[in-house]
Write a new protein. Sequence first.
Length: 213
Amino acid sequence: MNEEVNSQKQEDKKEELKKQKQKEEASKDNEKEKEREEEQECIEKKDTVELEEEVVKDIMEEKVDSLEKKLEEIENEKDSVYKKAQRLKADFVNFRKRTAKEKMAIGIRAKIEIISEILPVLDNFERALNVESGDQEFKKGVEMIYKQFVNTLKQEGLKRINAEGEEFDHKYHEAVCQVEDADVASGIIVDEIEKGYKFEDRVIRPAKVRVAK
């Protein structure tokens, strides 16, 4: 009886140990499964992180490309604006030069017109001085006015054209007639009938002369 009881107890104990062992094995299997799951989760997380890094890298590269294109566009636009500014500056400088030349030309033409109208007055002064006068004081007064008049015209740029004794030049002289003169070479101006003048190297009135044959 006791042997049967002891035998049963041993069987029960074996069964209990077997179940305990099975539980331990199951627990180990669960732990291994859990480790595998954790390992798989780590791998997935790593893959996710790498994928996110690649996506971020692609986005950054796209942004860098976009910024580089915008920078290139800005540089091109800057060059275009600079070139336009340079052209405008050159045009403005040329405009100022052209305007200055035109203003100078207008000023010269205006002076030439005024002086051309004054020359007959100057001729009359000279004729008046060549007339004999008994009133010397009056004549001196006229001479003073004449000299002041001539000096003012010279200051404005009026120059007298040389004539008598010079070789005839059709640009500056107008031949009224030709005369025989044994003492003067052919083509040389014998005398001046009417004075000639030029202004800024422009002939206002050629000198009227007589030329030796």
